[in-house]
Each structure stands twice: as structure tokens, then as C-alpha cells.
Ligand binder design. Sequence first.
Ligand code: MN
Length: 736
Amino acid sequence: MDDILKTLPSGSPDAAVKMFLDKIVEVNPKVQTGLIKDAFLFAWHAHKDQFRKSGEPFLAHPVATAFILAEQKLDAITIAAGLLHDVLEDTSTTKEELSELFGEEVALLVDGVTKIRALQMRNRQERQAETYRKMLLSMAKDLRVIIIKFADRIHNLRTLKYLEPERIRAIAEETLDIYAPLAHRLGMAKIKLDLEDLAFKHLHPQEYKDIAAKVAEYHFDRETAIDNFASPLRATLEEDKITAVIAGRPKHFYSIYRKMVQRNKPFEEIFDLLAIRIIVNSIRDCYHVLGQIHSMWTPIQDRFKDYISTPKSNGYQSLHTTIFGEHNKIIEMQIRTWEMNEIAEDGVAAHWLYKSSDQVRSFSKEDKTLSWLRNLIEWQKDLTDSAEFYEFFKIDLFHAEIFVFTPRGDLIPLPSGATVLDFAFAVHTQLGLHCTGAKIDSKIEPINATLKNGQTIEVLHSDSKTPSIEWLKDAKTPKARGAIRRWLKNAEKQESVDLGKKIIQTSYKRLHANSSFNEHVPEVLKFLGLSSIERLYELAGTGELPVSRVMQYFHASKIKKKMSSNMVSRLVGTFTGRTQGILVGSSNDNLMVRFAKCCNPIPGDPIIGFVTKGRGISVHRCDCRTSEIFDTDGERKIEVSWDQGEQKKFYVSLELTGTDRPGMLFEISHVLCDSGANVTDAMIKVTNQQARGAFQIEIHDRNQLKQILRRIQKIKGIENVARVKDYITYPGDNTA
Ligand code: MN
């Protein structure tokens, strides 16, 4: 392979493509080369002027990626897509062009491994999370997307040393955080181990070197120990006429390192643990071998696992058992068929090889082996927040699995460490939201009880129980955590809505006691540019929208009203006096209203309002002379009317004439008092038996005045009594 890469791109493309195709056919004899050839030439031209950090032509990278795919015996479409995998990201080629030239499948695969454009994202983390999401969705359409991504990553890891140390670290960490667990989840053990060891080498170079040296040093001892164990087993199986391959499992550097760290043990103790794999021809043979092993050595209780009858969610099948061997050495054993072995090593890629392409391309609903991926795709729909998606993706990739049962015997796979709460949400979201605990194998346990393999769980629930923030500590699965988060967000939102509603309604009432805020909702929303009243309340409740801003609408709308109804509004905002028994237009808003001194209107009088400069609206009787003056100035005239609901007192001046007689003043006073009028000023002047009087009284309305006038008229000696506009004072007169 290296020799081809050396010819790039200085030599002729024709020579290079021929060399490349020869290599491909060498490792993958059945593959059709037509499409691969075209893809090679296209990539050649597209990347012609690009170079990697190492100084080598960029083309070396897609070519090496395609070769890794060819080694895995993948089809021509996948290998072509491997050659083209960076043209969308790094050249001006479009997806449409790819589709036209190489078909939709190739275009979809290449697009699936293309990062989301940085411009569309707020930050690096969001871009990364959304790129994973995109990759996941592309995988759902065609699993080959992720197989190409792995090949891409493997080649990148092999050639990482020219990058900045921080980039190297970031790529290695991402490999261990995302790609290796993802390969594991997809059952691609070989790829997973490759990714891990490559990343480990970059992340912890010294530890890598140490372990590599020790593995070499102890290699012989280990082989001998395995052989010592294998020989008697081989002999027994030969007698039973069972063909079996018994081999030690190669230990991978990263898994040794991880165990050393996790168990806090030295290399020797970890490496000492022997692991053996026995591969046979049939499932029947698997169980037969198991029986023989258990009769020859002592199995360790609780370490036996039957993943043949209950496969892992990535499709993995095997029998696992651990025994005490010679000198009490502990030996882990896996027993499986050849097909199981292929699936264990290559996972979905093995499915790809076994089945016709249409069956695997998008895994079917019935395909239990990929239930994990199906769930992941299902759950990610709810995770609209990138950070949340990233967290969930990472957490979900890591966990080992346990299997528990519903009371009806349905099997529920959960990550290890899952709690009652996780189980409840796995069964049904509503069950989760109201979960109070569970009966685990008939024993009552709280919601945070950790579940163990094989338990039967009956969820206890109550309608009145709802999630709290604490639940996020107790739930481990993304499904449960997502559902709890959504519920809390919703509850929090509802609280904000309720609070905001209270604040706004109260503030409004303070300004406008007599009308309801609800009447103004559509205009207020328009004014603030919001789509719903819920949203308005929510923003007010969280404090994002100050209430004063909402109330501004009412000031603004009044100013508008002023423009349309003459000059009334000029007063608005300046005067906040209470209403005075006068309705301006049809509302009794807080406009300042004064009763004109020139005509002292009383309720019932026909009245008209005039806008005065700086003194509010002055209310005149329609028959007032002043009103005639204003009549010519239509701009300042405003319709006003008496507010029937308001009880207020008005001043009226009366004049009367008559023939004086003793007791007349008393009688007049009596009538006024009796009618409920309050006399504030009075005087009588008598000249030659002729009496003239003037009274100022406080009354409620025009009716009361009418009665008073009628009754005074009836008093003996009174000739005339009338209401006058102005209270007449007589200079030098005495007050009676
Ligand atoms: Mn690449």
C-alpha cells in the first residue's frame, strides 16, 4: 500500500489507479472495480492540490481509508465512498454532483460522514454533537456510513503525529469516548480494539510502551499456561468427536491498561488472568463443551452467562464461564460457533457479509441485534439540545448490559447501574413519571434501587407522584433522564406562566381598575411581537420581559388614541387623577376632569368637554356661553357624559324674589335641608317688603334640583326662583 501512496500525486493517475485496483483485488477478490476506478480518478482530481500536515498528498488519506474497507471485504460502493469520503468536506464538490456521477448510495454514504458546517453552529461542542446526530441518522439509513467513519478514523490515528499535541489529544479522546464504544455497540470487536490501542498509544505513550514491552516479555509464559490448560480439553473433545479450535485470546494493550487502572492492580496480575476461546461447529457442541469443562474443572459461581439463548443487544452470542484451573489459576472461557465468532468480531459488518445488501442497509424492525441503535435513534428525536444529546450519546455508548423482566416475563435490557426508575421509564413514560418504587423479586425497593441481572420488577406507581430534580440523580438511562428533564422543564415553564400571569394582571389592575387585561391581549402581543399569551406570561414570569415593558403598551396605545380622538391624549400620562363622575368617550380612564366654574354643570345637565392646555378636560353645560366659543374650535371639543354610577356633589346657585314675610327664610332653609341639599352660602335682602335672595347649595343631580325648585316655588310669598349660572354676591350685604 505504501508504494502507491508514494506515487501520489506526482505520477500519472492511470498508473496509480492500476496499482490501487490490483491491491484491492488482492485483498478482496470478489469486488467489482469499475466504480472504484471512477471514484479514485475523481478523488485524484478533487484533492490534487491538497496536502496533509505531514507533507504527503491529501489523496493518501482517502486511498488508505478505502483500502482498510477493502480489507474488511466490503463492497465496491463502500470502497468508492471511502475514496470520496472527504470531497464534500474539503473540496467544492456537491452532494448532487456525487449523486449524479456515482449514484445516490455513494452520495448518501459520503454525506453521512461529512461534518456539519461550522458556520451553522454556535460552538465547537454543538457542531460536534450535531455531527454525531447526523452520523447516527445516516447510519439508520445505511450502516456502511459508520463502517467508513471507522476506517477514516483508523487511518487518521495512524498518521496523527504531525498534528498539534492538543489536536492529537482531542482526536484520541474522541476515539475512546465515542468511536470505540460505538464500534463495541455495533459488535465490531476487531475495529473497537484497533481504535482503542491506536488512541491509547497517543494518549498515554509511556504506559503504552511499558505494556507492549511486558506483553512481549511474558508472551511465552502465557502461551505455555494456555497450552497446559488446552491439552486435556482437546483430548476429551477428540474422544467426543467434536471439532474445536482452542486458542488463547490476544490481550489488547488498552484493555490491559484499563483493567490495571480500574482494579488498581499491577500488570502481572492482570496479564496472569488467562482467557481462552473455544470455537466449534454447532450450538449443540457449544453446550457439550461447556458440560465437559464444568466436569473437568470447578466453575466459579455466578460467572456463567448464556448469551446464546439471550444475545446481547449488539447481536453478540457466546457461552461465558470462568473456572479454577491448575494451581488455582482463574481462567475465563468463551464458547461459540464460527458464525457467532464472526459476528463477535465484525458485528454489523459481519451481518453485511452474511445477508444480501438490501437486508442490512437499513436494519429492519425485527432485527433484535440492533435494538440498541434503534432505541438510540428513537430517543435522539427528543433531545433537541446539543449538549444534552452529546451527554446522552456518550453515556449510552459506555454501559454494559443487564437483563431484567416485567411481571409478565417480558425481557427489558438496561445498562448496568440502571435503577427502578430507569426500568419504569423503559416500560412506559407515564409509568416512569408516576413511579413510587418497585417490587423487586417481591421485595419493595425505592426508585433509586440498582437492578441486577435476572430480577423481576413490578413498578409501583401513584398518580399523585411526579418527578423532582432529585430524580435526575437516580435515573441513569438517557430515556429516563430525557423524560424527567422534559417534565421538569414543562413544570418550570408552567410555574413561570402562572407567576407571569399574576404579575401582569396585578400590574394592569393597578393602572386600570375597571377593565380587564384580557381585552387587550391581541394588541399587546402584537406590540411586543410575541405569538401567544402563554409565552408572554412565561417571559414575564422568568423576568426576561420586564412588566414595565408590557405596561408600556397601554401608554403607547393612549398616545395613539389621543391622535385619533382630538387632543384628549395630550393629557394622558400627565394626569392621573381619579374620575369625577364623567365618562370621556366611552371610558372613564384616569383623565383629569374639571367642572367649569362658568356654568357649574350638574349631573343630568347636557354637557360637553373641552381640552384645556395643561389642566385636563373642562366640562361645561352645553348652553354655557364659553361652550359657544369653543364650538368653533372642533379640535378641542370632546364628548363627555355623566357616569351614572358615581355619587358626587355639585354646586348650584339659586336666585329668588318674593314678598317678604316673617318665617320665609326659615321655610326656604327647611325645604333645602329636607331635600338633602347642603346650603353652603345664603343671603336675603329686603327692600320695601320686596325680598331678593341668593343661595349656594350642594346637590347630587338635576332631579334633586327640580324638586327643590318646585318646593320653594310653593312657599307662600315666593314669586320666582331659578338656577343661575353665577353666584351673585351683593356688595356690603349681610349674610343671613
Ligand atoms: Mn477523512
